[in-house]
Design a protein around this ligand. Sequence first.
Ligand code: GTP
Length: 535
Amino acid sequence: MMLKPRNLTYASRILRSNSTLAPDNSPRAADNEQWLERLGTLKKTASKSKQQITHESSSLNRFPIEVVSTPPESPYIDVKAAIANFTSTKYLQGFNKQKHTQGNFVDIRIVKCRSGDGGDGIVSFFRDANRSVGPPNGGDGGDGGSVYVRASTGINSLAKLRTTYIADNGSNGAADQLDGARGKDILITVPVGTVVRWCLDPKDVRQYIVKEQQSNPGASLRDILNQNKISMHCSGRYEYDTKPRDIQLFRNAYEPGKGWLFKGKDEDYHQSKDWFVDLSKQVEDYDHALYDSELSNDKFPLYGLDLGVPTENPICLLKGGKGGLGNMHFLTNMIRNPRFAKAGRSGLECLFLFELKSIADLGLVGLPNAGKSTILNKISNAKPKIGHWEFTTLNPSIGTISPGIDKPSFTVADIPGIIENAAQDKGMGLEFLRHIERSKGWVFVISIANENPLEDFHILLQELGGMEKVGTKNVLVVCNKADIDHENPQSVNKFLQIRQFCDANGWDSVPISALKNENIDLLLDKMAKCAGKLV
Ligand SMILES: Nc1nc2c(ncn2[C@@H]2O[C@H](COP(=O)(O)OP(=O)(O)OP(=O)(O)O)[C@@H](O)[C@H]2O)c(=O)[nH]1
């Protein structure tokens, strides 16, 4: 904490207040001089202040980065990473438009946030019947409001998120040493499971894509976003290794030594006076300390902020700017009438990508029309849409399964069907995978009535990231629609082929008919195991 003279002299002010006419709770010249002397030491300690955001999760997608330079070459860890990591293809493709949504479900939002500017300190002098110009008594500006986020249960969509959140600026100081009011903070409440990431302005990204597509007409959106990189300053644990942890945010505020506000005589007049130049040098240390503490606070986790559990205390995304000092702090033995004060520090403005990654124990994946929604409908309390056309499911739905009074319940997420080349944005793309990313197990639903179910299974495996990615999950393969043509030996053969492939990989498999309720109890047992709820 940076002590200002008023804090130092509180007791002495109370003692003196009855004995003089002057407004005698303003800092004395001697107090101010003592404070100015101390500033040099503040500068060295402030940069060690604690970093604010600590919610970092290992479950977040650690995308590849290229470290370009590290301290001491640069004060930061400079990294390059693909643009795709700082935007959303779903957003750029306009998936948020009404035609792509069912009901009120929104799982991705880009939001502009701004913390408030600090109010300015003011120039004012005490006046009464006996004195036209008394000691300086200009108060400090109030701090700007900050932007906070918290995750809460009971909400399951980002639909209510606004596009812009702007915290209030702090008020300017006033005469009689009155500090300005603090700006009002903003609290953004999101569902548990939301990941917040720093992101680029979609307008800039769109412009960039148009330019790239003009120079390279065949390039797809995904290729452009993956192949082009942005550079950024990061901070991290460079004492031990060069691991960048946070993106460094910068305020558009005045540099240390600047930000003076003058009344009466202008800046040129003051800069020509030695007493002001000396004072300004001392106050520059105060500015440096502020700047250092801003740098250590103004960071955002490079891989995002994972709000996977309800937050007890709101987390500060953007801190408001500090209020400026009033002229009462600049009274010294040399300077009897300080006609200058300091401006408040600016707030911060950033765009954040809010992504809801549902938290379900199991994820149902399959080609369109495989019967995923029918299964979820049969086994849980969820009522997803069922239709005999492809892509009936446009949004994920989550159902809770309660197998019995003595058995633990678990949750299952049904996501839109995945088709060949989904990774290249065919069909509904792979955007919805975020909802099963955190799931312990993946349940592959394959329609045994299709011509080549084993090939369908291979397509799914390929689109979901291959054996390497799928190998990190518990896997259950459900061969649905076993009622169709069940007496035909070819149908049995199709199932046996899949079972053989599953056995070779150590995965469980089960034939069912969701429509006719066949083998559903066995399916529930196997799903509970896959979710890690049964041994
Ligand atoms: N014969 C038969 N038909 C089924 C079975 N399960 C589902 N169906 C039918 O298959 C069609 C597709 O079912 P859905 O549950 O909507 O399939 P989905 O996988 O959710 O489809 P998308 O929403 O496109 O991803 C519907 O007409 C269902 O009635 C089954 O076991 N047997």
